[in-house]
Design a protein around this ligand. Structure first.
Ligand code: NAP
Length: 487
């Protein structure tokens, strides 16, 4: 696997030793025998810092005990500006990170990091050669150990949490994850867990309010994304037969060591498999690919307005699967009020969720209102407005919205976090997608702040009424059907 940004590597690391190694063999403590340095995870969830007497401006935040959130932000900007891409080779029990671009460009001429090695809970960094004042060649070797005690409140009330621990599977893969499965020593605080509140569906089944979406996540990146999510505390994954990555979702869940019963797997039947028998078979394909007997939440991906009978037959199959215990809950997606109204006229069981496009620029209040009246959970897709920037359309990106940016900034959060918080405070299920561990962690780090009534209303006011995704009525078999492969 490869990491593409420095923040994928970070967690709470304490500088254990730092020596300068000269070409004639001399080894000197670089910062004295007790270096005080940390690589930490900033509350914004994106970056690390080297702290303490050991660090030099502009990398330094000064004494780690008195450094403030602003110090971290300054360092964060520095690291973001300079951290470059690097790749990882997984070898025989050792993971070697070849850093191509400097992590610490201003750090005493270390314009290149030669090697980063991760072994168990230790991280070693070997800097590139440089020349000392007396003309000798030397390089620095830093040894860092994971330190869960790095979590502490700072002068301005910001708490820097150890958000990541290293999971190391020899010869297979490496991921950095915040997971409660890692053992902690007795004298250390337990890792801060991202505890996600749950939402109750109309049949009593509960699902986490925040899950990971995997639309457009390539199959070969899906395992890592799901692993990173599970490590960061997610317990809900939203996939679909049409995404082509159900198998990888299942593999990641089964190899995670997490109790299957703690994880909500949601998937969708594609329109090509609508019809009663076809949908029953669609369930089998998805369940086999996911490697499960029972799917937690199975929904119809789209209404088929041009063949609504088939849609109703597909829904009848979902009801059968629910009655047979093959699924724990059922629902629909992209249904308008009209589609829902017709569905309820025919269905014997109301859908538990309707997963719809919902972000600040497109809020579908009529559909939400219908949901509230009929006890259907609103599940927001593109909850941070992905559709506003990955699909050509009439919107600019919600991530660049100045109003959202200001609200986010007021809470020391990112625009994505502010939008997720807005959705959650409205009582919605949100399923942000990312393939990047740092963003996956960022997106679940939304349970330690609250938007005010005014801020909620301000974001409510950004609705344009313009859909980013396809009009549901435009989704026809002719235009959108394709074969979902057998398991
Ligand atoms: N039912 C449906 O018809 C339907 C349609 C669309 C989506 N969905 C579901 O809803 C999920 C989420 O919707 P979505 O994927 O359309 O949009 P989204 O989650 O709102 O946004 C995803 C996009 O934002 C980027 N991103 C993620 N976190 C970020 C962050 N913290 N900062 C900046 N950029 C960030 C992602 O890029 P990186 O991956 O590069 O980070 C990706 O391009 C999907 O994955 C899928 O499960 C369902």
């Amino acid at each position: 696997m490869s990491f593409t940004r420095a923040d994928d590597l970070l967690g709470a690391w304490r500088l254990a030793s730092a020596v300068e190694v000269f070409d004639d063999g001399e080894r000197r403590d670089e910062f004295g025998p007790n270096p005080e340095g940390y690589l930490c995870y900033h509350p914004a969830g994106i970056v690390s810092a080297t702290l303490g007497a050991s660090a030099r401006p502009p990398v330094s935040a000064g004494d780690p005990q008195s450094a403030t959130g602003e110090d971290y932000e300054r360092i964060a900007r520095h690291f973001i500006a300079y951290a470059g891409p690097f790749s990882v080779d997984v070898g025989n029990g050792t993971v070697t990170h070849h850093v191509d671009v400097s992590l610490f460009p201003n750090w005493q001429g270390h314009d290149q990091i030669r090697r980063v090695t991760v072994e168990g809970e230790r991280l070693s960094i070997i800097a590139s050669d440089r020349t000392s004042a007396d003309g000798r060649t030397f390089h620095s070797e830093l040894d860092l150990a994971q330190d869960l005690r790095a979590s502490r409140p700072f002068a301005n009330g910001v708490t820097v949490k150890p958000r990541a621990r290293l999971q190391h599977e020899i010869g297979h893969t490496v991921s950095i994850a915040n997971t409660r499965d890692n053992p902690t020593r007795d004298d250390e605080p337990t890792m801060t867990q991202a505890t996600t509140p749950t939402l109750e569906l109309n049949n009593g089944v509960t699902i986490p309010a925040l899950g990971l979406g995997v639309f457009q996540t390539p199959p070969d990146e899906t395992r890592e994304a799901v692993r990173a999510a599970l490590g960061a505390g997610y317990r809900h994954i939203d996939t679909a037969a049409a995404y082509g990555n159900e198998r990888q979702v299942g593999e990641a869940v089964h190899s995670s060591g997490q109790d299957r019963s703690e994880i909500v797997l949601e998937t969708k039947i594609w329109i090509s498999d609508y019809g009663y028998d076809e949908t029953l078979h669609g369930f089998q394909k998805s369940a086999r690919k996911l490697g499960v007997e029972q799917i937690d939440l199975l929904i119809l991906h789209q209404p088929l307005p041009s063949a609504f009978d088939r849609t109703l037959e597909a829904y009848r199959a979902l009801e059968t699967l629910l009655a047979d215990g093959k699924v724990r809950a059922i629902g629909v997606s992209n249904f308008t009020v009209e589609h829902l109204t017709t569905l309820l006229e025919h269905a014997t069981i109301a859908p538990g969720v309707n997963q719809i496009e919902l972000h600040p620029y497109f809020q579908q209040r009529d559909v939400q209102h219908f949901h509230a009246e009929h006890d259907i959970l609103t599940q927001a897709w593109s909850p941070i407005g992905g559709i506003t920037f990955y699909r050509e359309g009439s919107h600019h990106s919600t991530l660049d919205d100045p109003v959202i940016a200001d609200i986010a900034k007021a809470h020391g959060k990112t625009p994505a976090q502010a939008m997720l918080r807005w959705g959650l405070q409205h009582g919605r299920s949100v399923i942000p997608k990312s393939t990047k561990p740092s963003r996956i962690a960022e997106n679940i780090d939304v349970f330690d702040f609250e938007l005010s009534t005014d801020e909620m209303a301000t974001i409510d006011g950004l609705d344009t009424g313009r859909r980013g995704g396809p009009e549901p009525d435009a989704v026809t078999l002719e235009a959108f059907a394709f074969e979902i492969p057998e398991a």
